[in-house]
Ligand binder design. Sequence first.
Ligand code: 2P0
Length: 325
Amino acid sequence: MRATAKAHTNIALIKYWGKRDESLILPTNNSLSVTLDGFYTETTVAFNEALKQDQFTLDGQSISGVQYDRVTTFLDLVRDVAGKKNLYAAVDSVNKVPTAAGFASSASGFAALAAASARAIGLSLTDQELSRITRQGSGSACRSIYGGFAEWEMGKRADGSDSYAVPIAPVDHWDIRVAAVVLNATKKKVSSREGMKRTVDTSPFFASWVESNPVDLNGIKAGIKHRDFEKVGEIAEANCLKMHATTLGANPPFTYLQDTTLTVMQAVQAMRANGIPAFFTIDAGPNVKVLYLPENERTVEKTLRGIPGVTDVILSKSGQGVTYL
Ligand code: 2P0
């Protein structure tokens, strides 16, 4: 009745931006990511008949409120699948995702929680089944089940049974690197959940965002297959810019890009002009992630550290999928 799982966070190269069903967490487009070895969550789940409710500690602190509610709502789902309605759990999570780096810890967090809780309650799930359940904790988490590159297939069905991630290429297929650029920036005002919703509901650019997705997706999959870094980088950077463009058309309009974000974007493009292949991608926040190849690591790190407003640069390789400890 007890299991421990480790899951890494991931960075989307083709972004998930928009839901067609908010409670089941069903997206309006496929997305594709690379799992990162530098950032992870380890979670132990112990179901215990003596417990009257779930307990949740994160980095040794007892958690209540919205974060606790998201965990218990997710465990209800696992209990439901296992047919063990009133069996509560003690959940103990340790997060190795520095919040300053601007990665959503919800991806590694829900992937580790899903894997540990499913195993602890005695469910034996395929990766696809695990990914489908994980999706209902947090959308991007469903891609963290796999190492290397993974694609979340949006699915068509209203019940979400065909919406889960699948592996695209394992971690040893291609050694591409990601630098997380930490910026001197202000806290974001619009959460990704709220930002996504506002964009879907009000942005006239949203329809074209969805429409242009299959071309980006097919192009990047071909690029990954042939280890074509320029192609993958160009598509990832353009896809990220399209996502951010949708927010400017929302009502009320908003953007996650800050002045320091733009400075880093321009520095990355200047590196390219100087012959160093490097490309940026940005999630629902001000921080920038830079894609590069191992042979350029020193130059890329040095250049990024020299940009005004950059407070840290954290380098990562691509990482493994879920493991059990
Ligand atoms: C992604 N993001 O594909 C995109 C790119 C942000 C920008 O997934 O509501 O925390 O839990 O499904 O997964 C952030 O949203 O949202 C996200 P929910 P999530 O990585």
